[in-house]
Design a protein around this ligand. Structure first.
Ligand SMILES: Nc1nc2c(ncn2[C@@H]2O[C@H](COP(=O)(O)OP(=O)(O)OP(=O)(O)O)[C@@H](O)[C@H]2O)c(=O)[nH]1
Ligand SMILES: Nc1nc2c(ncn2[C@@H]2O[C@H](COP(=O)(O)OP(=O)(O)OP(=O)(O)O)[C@@H](O)[C@H]2O)c(=O)[nH]1
Ligand SMILES: [Mg+2]
Ligand SMILES: [Mg+2]
Lengths: 278, 292
């Protein structure tokens, strides 16, 4: 692939297969191919390897989304709300994020606002214990808003620097569940009018075209400021993020590359694209 | 919707009495797009559309008065033929207890599905025993114990220091002790490329000799479904698939891909988080969902 000297029709077929097989989606794939085809004409590209380089550049272009201005002189805590569909990796990713903030010398508090799923609070407590991070929780079945409110009051009084809220997994088409999330967001705003400062969508890298639909719904409901792409240590390429960045301009902030505390990296567009095209 | 797109194609092609092969190919492009958008595997789409093309030409769709409808009908029929399997039927052992083992990627819905299977079997008069063989994920055992309590189904568990394989070794004895007719084993989520974990799975299977080895797959899985399922199938010979989170709006094309390439039948679907959100699989329903 791409090592042939001429740029013929087969090159574009191979490109299409590569991108679609990586879950980029047919629509974003066609857009990328059109862009590179134009470049080939304009720049008189005649080497397969140069076509490959042009494609990678076009993909990086889509993925580099400016991170919105983070107001720096706000009083603590910085409040991060973490959301996503069931089983995507929210709880695990939250503890990874907390661990990394702790390593930067920040004080962190986690909020067990998934009061619904069996043993969800237990899971977060055990992960928190392992990582030496404090969890604020109520009993199972409690109102998630109440837990969030309590936690933010505690964080304010203790001058904790970061609060990360774990929420229950939810199918984005269930409006009552999306309303519950909007309520959690409002409660955070009641404790601190500028909160939440970040809303992170955790996306499973094995997700196909539905990932774009998920991002649309969550953005519509509460606004998403960044994406945590989990489970990239598998064989799925996570190409759906290209469609998400292209349409919604949401930055990918982190990737999850395993189940351990340290298995998290800051998103690097070039590295991601290189791995996808490999 | 596919039929609308096809109608548009034939409308643009005009009423010239008899369509050419090229016209049919233009229509098939829309079929291909619909399947790719539904997460059907790239290579599977290619082979599937070829199959549809052969039938469309053979059925003389070119002379049809309603070519769009005919093509949709052919696509639907071919999808149902491929998807058809053994909906909702579990293979029982000749002597109880029968054993079902669940496996799959992290977060696909195994633990929740184990509880659903237990409830389903209880409803049909069986005596299920749940086995908590995931000693890796924090509170995985507690999760299954909680679900078992909610259903009044016994859960066999050990401390998390005991490896999954040893739990499996004792599971049959436990089942006999409790006169359980079905044993449902929940295992840790794992990657098909994790040698150690796939080895553990093979060992657990050797220990238990399950009557059913079911792969739990998230309905929103994309193109990687074929490789992933192929890997699991080659290591532990799957007897069936359970497609979860079908209450979402993912089209579920991954299921078609897995079925096409591995031949493993889809047995059940999960349609929610509660234990009763569980149905036998119906090929015609998934077919129309994939078509969008
Ligand atoms: N291999 C791998 N597994 C991961 C990664 N992130 C999470 N997991 C695993 O995925 C499974 C689900 O993770 P959770 O953190 O429970 O996911 P969740 O989104 O909180 O799930 P719900 O709360 O039930 O919606 C667990 O087995 C995790 O260990 C990752 O980056 N790589
Ligand atoms: N909406 C919906 N959620 C589901 C369904 N099946 C499972 N879930 C949810 O998906 C999430 C993951 O389910 P688990 O049963 O923990 O998944 P798992 O495969 O055991 O996860 P690991 O043990 O970490 O690999 C939980 O939030 C479940 O409630 C389903 O059919 N529909
Ligand atoms: Mg969780
Ligand atoms: Mg589990």
């Amino acid at each position: 692939l791409f090592d042939r000297p001429a740029v013929d029709a087969e090159v574009w077929d191979e490109l299409e297969e590569l991108l679609v097989s990586a879950d980029v989606g047919i629509s974003t794939t066609e857009k990328l191919i059109e862009k590179v085809k134009k470049q080939v004409v304009v720049e008189k590209i005649d080497q397969g390897s140069h076509v490959r380089a042009a494609l990678r550049a076009a993909m990086v272009d889509i993925l580099i989304v400016p991170i919105r201005e983070i107001m720096e002189d706000l009083s603590p805590p910085k409040v991060i709300l973490v959301v996503g569909v069931n089983g995507g990796g929210k709880t695990t990713s939250i503890v990874k994020l907390a661990h990394s903030l702790k390593n930067e010398g920040k004080s962190v508090l986690l909020v067990a606002a998934d009061t619904f799923r069996a043993a969800a609070i237990d899971q977060l407590k055990r992960l928190g214990e392992r990582a030496g991070i404090e969890i604020i929780a109520h009993q199972s079945g409690a109102d998630p808003g109440a837990v969030v409110y309590d936690a933010l009051q505690a964080a304010k009084s203790r001058q904790v620097e970061a609060v990360i809220i774990d929420t229950a997994g939810r199918i984005h088409t269930r409006s009552n569940l999306m309303e519950e999330l909007e309520k959690v967001k409002r409660v955070a705003g009641k404790a601190d009018v500028t909160a939440p400062h970040e809303v992170i969508l955790v996306l499973d890298a094995t997700t196909g075209q539905n990932g774009l639909v998920q991002a649309r719904y969550f953005t519509e409901a509460i606004g998403i400021t960044g994406i945590f792409l989990a489970k990239l240590d598998g064989t799925a390429k996570g190409g759906i993020v290209l469609a998400i960045c292209d349409e919604l301009k949401i930055p990918i902030q982190f990737i999850g590359v395993g189940e351990k505390l340290e298995d998290m990296e800051s998103f690097n567009a070039e590295a991601f694209v290189a791995a996808l095209c490999d | 919707v596919l039929s609308d797109k096809l109608n548009q194609v034939f409308h643009l092609l005009g009423n010239k009495g008899r369509l050419t092969e090229k016209d049919i190919d233009e229509a098939l492009r829309q079929v291909r797009l619909a399947l790719l958008e539904a997460d059907v595997n790239f290579k599977v789409v290619k082979d599937f559309v070829t199959r549809v093309r052969d039938r469309a030409l053979g059925a003389n769709v070119r002379q049809s008065l309603a070519p769009a409808q005919q093509i949709v009908k052919i696509v639907n029929e071919e999808l149902v033929v491929v998807l058809g399997g053994e909906p909702g039927r579990l293979t029982a052992a000749s002597q109880p207890p029968s054993v079902v083992m669940l496996t799959g990627l992290q977060g696909s819905g195994k633990t929740t599905t184990a509880a659903k299977l237990a409830r389903h079997l209880k409803q049909t008069g069986q005596r299920p025993l749940l086995v908590a063989a995931d000693n890796r994920r924090p509170a995985a055992i507690e999760q299954l114990v909680t679900l078992g309590k909610q259903l009044d189904v016994p859960v066999y568990r050990e401390s998390p220091d005991m490896p999954g394989r040893d739990v499996c070794a004792r599971a049959r004895v436990k089942a006999k002790e409790m006169a359980a007719t079905w044993v449902i084993v929940d295992t840790a989520g794992r990657l098909h490329i994790d040698e150690a974990m796939m080895d553990e799975l093979v060992q657990m299977k050797k220990e238990l000799k399950p009557d059913e080895m079911l792969l739990v797959v998230d309905a929103m899985t994309g193109q990687d479904a074929v490789r992933m399922a192929g890997e699991f199938h080659s290591r532990v010979s799957l007897t069936g698939l359970i497609l979860t989170k079908m209450d979402g709006d993912a089209r579920g094309g991954a299921a078609l891909s897995i079925r096409w390439v591995s031949g493993v039948p889809i047995k059940f679907i999960g349609t929610g988080e509660k234990a009763d959100a569980f149905e036998p699989f119906y090929p015609d329903r998934l077919a129309s969902r994939i078509l969008g």
